[in-house]
Ligand binder design. Structure first.
Ligand SMILES: [Zn+2]
Length: 341
């Protein structure tokens, strides 16, 4: 037995007041035909060498038995069900409305009644699929209080965005997978998408940066990483750059500009899409060090007001570009010869 705590209380075993131990013991019981082992809580009286429980303990032990059963059968436990509901901030009765279940169903599942497998799958789907939650929410809009509907919608939309952003980040990392373990290609730095978005925002929020379109931004990112490498022996972001005709472009550039923290405006013109990087509300850069901001300031001083052609020409004169075969990865060793210092 494990002693959880000792309480001075009136002991209903020996009928005296004394220090009573609250203990946890492993109990075994049959539940729905299954033999279940689960932790149970009891008082223990030293005087009588007796275990006993009060009503609320008996109730908790009953719940512990059921949760151990749920775990054994691969079903969600009560606290997992509470957590799924909590993600969306939905009340027990409103979740029943949204799922089209009897009004006390969730209350029971968060208590003594073990959910059936079909309902368990629905709750798991809800956990992983906020878009489906929004769909169900829309279908039950009329049956909910408007204020509750608004609140649930906001929570659901937040989770949708979060899951899309996670999907995007995974997609970027998978394009970087071939370079993991070759840290010299990313300038001795492990890829940090938080740093990437901070650097992009640092540029787009600067009053000394104009005409921040995609080609220019990609060059400024490379200059920042190369300059940091030249000064300190490591890049800032961990991006890997290719030599394209207009200069350095990071791997996964199409996805990088979609990171949510970045404010990228797309517009269509005759020969393609223009991406214009705009200031963001958030003007803090928690992932950048002062040293790194100094590097960015140097890049801004040099190229902030440059046009796309000016920065592309500058790039074309860099040893890193002239020494790299078209479409090859640009090695950071050339940063020694960088035109910035
Ligand atoms: Zn006692």
């Amino acid at each position: 037995m494990k002693i959880l705590r000792i309480e001075k209380r009136f002991c209903t075993s020996c009928m005296e007041e004394h220090d009573v131990k609250v203990v946890e013991i492993e109990e075994e019981n049959i539940f729905k035909g299954e033999s279940i082992t689960y932790p149970a809580e009891y008082f223990y009286c030293d005087n009588d060498d007796e275990y006993y429980a009060e009503d609320d303990m008996i109730s908790r032990n009953g719940l512990s038995l059921r949760n151990a059963y749920r775990q054994k059968m691969g079903l969600l436990t009560t606290s997992q069900i509470v957590a799924i509901r909590g993600k969306y901030g939905v009340s027990q009765s409103d979740l029943c409305i949204i799922l089209g279940w009897g009004e006390k169903t969730i209350t029971r599942y968060e208590g003594f009644q073990v959910q059936d497998v079909a309902h368990d799958s629905i709750l798991r789907k809800l956990d992983n699929d906020p878009e489906w939650f929004i769909y169900l929410l829309e279908n039950s809009r009329e049956k909910l209080q408007p204020a509750s509907y608004d609140k649930y919608k906001e929570a659901g939309m937040y989770l949708v965005e979060k899951s899309q952003s996670m999907y995007l980040r995974n997609a970027i990392f998978s394009q970087y997978a071939p370079y993991f373990g070759k840290i010299e290609l990313s300038g001795n730095t492990i890829l940090s998408l938080d740093k990437v978005s901070d650097v992009v925002r640092y540029f787009s929020n600067s009053k000394s940066v104009k005409y921040l379109y995609k080609v220019k931004l990609m060059k400024m990112l490379w200059y920042a990483d190369a300059l940091s490498y030249k000064r300190y022996g490591h890049a800032i972001t961990g991006l890997v750059y290719c030599a394209l005709p207009m200069g350095a472009v990071p791997i996964a550039h199409r996805l990088l500009i979609l990171l949510d923290e970045i404010n990228c405006e797309e517009s269509e013109i005759d020969d393609g899409t223009i991406y214009n990087f705009k200031p963001t509300e958030n003007k803090t850069y928690p992932n950048l060090t002062e040293q790194e901001k100094d590097v960015l300031d140097t890049v801004i001083t040099r190229f902030g007001f440059s046009t796309k052609n000016e920065i592309v020409n500058a790039m074309h004169n860099e040893t890193a570009f002239t020494e790299t075969a078209p479409r090859d990865i640009i090695q950071f060793k050339y940063a020694k010869a960088l035109s910035l210092s």
